[in-house]
Design a protein around this ligand. Sequence first.
Ligand code: GLA
Length: 448
Amino acid sequence: MDVSLAGLSLAHGYEESGPASLPSSGRVEGGRYNGKRDPRGRPKAAPALAGRATRIGLILALILFVMIPNANAQLQRDSFAPTPPMGWNSWNKFACNVSEDLIKSVADAIATNGMKDAGYQYVVIDDCWQVSRDENGNIVADPQRFPSGIKALADYVHSKGLKFGLYSDAGTKTCAGRPGSQGHEYQDALQYARWGADYLKYDWCNTGTRNAEEAYATMSNALLATGRPIVLSICEWGKNKAWLWAKGIGNLWRTTGDISDHWSMQKKWGDGSCCQLGMVEIVDLQADLWAFSGPGHWNDPDMLEVGNGGMTTEEYRSHFSFWAMLAAPLIAGNDVRAMTPEIRNILTNKEVIAVNQDALGHQARRVSKNADQEIWSRPLSDGSRAVILFNRGAVTTEITVSWTQLAYPNHVTANVRDLWTHKDLGKFTGSFSSTVTSHGVVMVKVSP
Ligand code: GLA
């Protein structure tokens, strides 16, 4: 089945509304009716028109009064993440086993192992750093695991030239049963800002009948009110379709349930029911969401599992390529202090990361699906396309992408560069073919 790329454009189109209609007789100059040329010779139109102009003016002022604060809030919120956030989060590898020693050693590693240089910025502690609230309702960090306190830890992360992130929940308790932020939003936001947080992942457990848009808007406003730019990562797993309402509220929103470190659904839930989402099911769930993502507000298919041991190196390369194509936040979730060179090379591939961080911010679309063979394409700001030839099957296969699938005319000659081997493959007219290994991708940049 071919999915057409028709309508794919490099910039969002705007519908221009026609000029507001004015009476044929006379013009409004400097806000006043000039009183000339009334064909019916009735100059008394002037006061009527002036009244109408005043009414229109009042209505416009009212609309602007209502809209500008929202537009400003969105502009401000979007400015915190003009490209998808890059960083590291403790959950996928360490779950509740977090401590200041872990976070410091991870920050040391990111600052020196090439990740910071490749663009990774945020070091985020997920669930379980918090244990209680004090008599004034202030959130209290685990004193055993964080004996120096969160402020000292944030200072340490900042001293490495990195940014610092925390986790909380819109309900009464987090998913691991720690205190949530419901009813404490402004108090918590202020505390995070005082500590020097730059990023908040905000989960959705134990929220009862709470309305998601209200809950996330409340925390978003509380964070903005601190005056500190804090990225807001919405984590409601797509339950309330955050992509429909979260632009201007959060900078990224989860689109699915939790990823597991598997190629495809194999791992059962704790209660024996089937099954946690594998990497390819998560990719499939992104295919129809491309229109909702853009600079400042990104679809989040969950954090990376690259390097956690449940997939082959080839599969991890596919995983990372897809997250880059999908303009997904690149939040590593492995033990970055002890990586094999293969895993490090995947996470720090600058050509692939450049696709992810492209200023245009367009999420890739699946332009072709033929059984196990798929082609995904993403327009880049220089007019080129990043393209993935994807083989979901068990045997090596050849895949051909035609220029029309990329919204280029067939007669165009384009340079094709392999973003994993870092080689120019030559000039091609009309199409490009390559063999693709099982569960692998060939990821190229096609530049006319
Ligand atoms: C939820 C989130 C995960 C993680 C855990 C922590 O499951 O989706 O990413 O934050 O909670 O308890």
